[in-house]
Every structure is written in C-alpha cells, then in structure tokens.
Write a protein that binds this ligand. Structure first.
Ligand code: FES
Length: 96
C-alpha cells in the first residue's frame, strides 16, 4: 500500500510515489507545495511534519539538528516512510 500524505489545514491528500520526493509526488497528483530550488538547500519548501516518518534522498538536507527534532522537513528531498500528516498552509489544489 502506498503511503498516504494528508495536508493540513486545507484537507488535501496524495500518495507517496516510488522514489519520488514528496514535492514531486504531490505535483504529479495536482497539489502544489511551496518550492524553489528542489534540491534541499533554499528551505522554501520547509514545513512541519505533524505525524509520520520521512527519509531523505540526500545526505545533508538544509535543516539543523534542532529543526529536525522540532519536526521540520524539506519535502523537495524527502520521501514518506509511513503515512504522514503535514502542515502546509500554502498548499494549492491545482484541480480547482
Ligand atoms: S525547494 Fe528548496 S529546499 Fe526544498
């Protein structure tokens, strides 16, 4: 079963696609998350992981240890390892 990603507060959801980032997976399912560099350095996509677990496609995503501990993630270089709930106030449903 693919992992389900729920986006708060808009109530959107999408599925983690194999070996795609959360950002790419969302886009292929018509949900736009904030982004710019798409390589884990600019932090435009930074958002709060409310629940669940992610892994990273790169060794050093641009987050401090404290930020990771607080629950911040970078969806442009992260993949879901479980169902997730993300807090992304600026997520856009492109189907509307
Ligand atoms: S889009 Fe730049 S860090 Fe994610």
């Amino acid at each position: 079963m693919p992992h389900r990603i729920d986006i708060q507060p808009a109530g959107l959801h999408f599925e983690q696609r194999p070996s795609q980032s959360l950002l790419q997976s969302a886009l292929t399912q018509s949900i736009r998350l904030p982004n710019f560099c798409r390589n884990g350095s600019c932090r435009t996509c930074m958002c709060m992981l409310v629940s669940g677990t992610v892994s990273y496609q790169i060794e050093w995503p641009g987050l401090t240890r404290e930020e990771k501990k607080e629950g911040w993630i970078l969806p442009c270089v992260a993949e879901a390892q479980s169902d997730l709930v993300l807090d992304v106030p600026d997520a856009v449903d492109l189907k509307k």
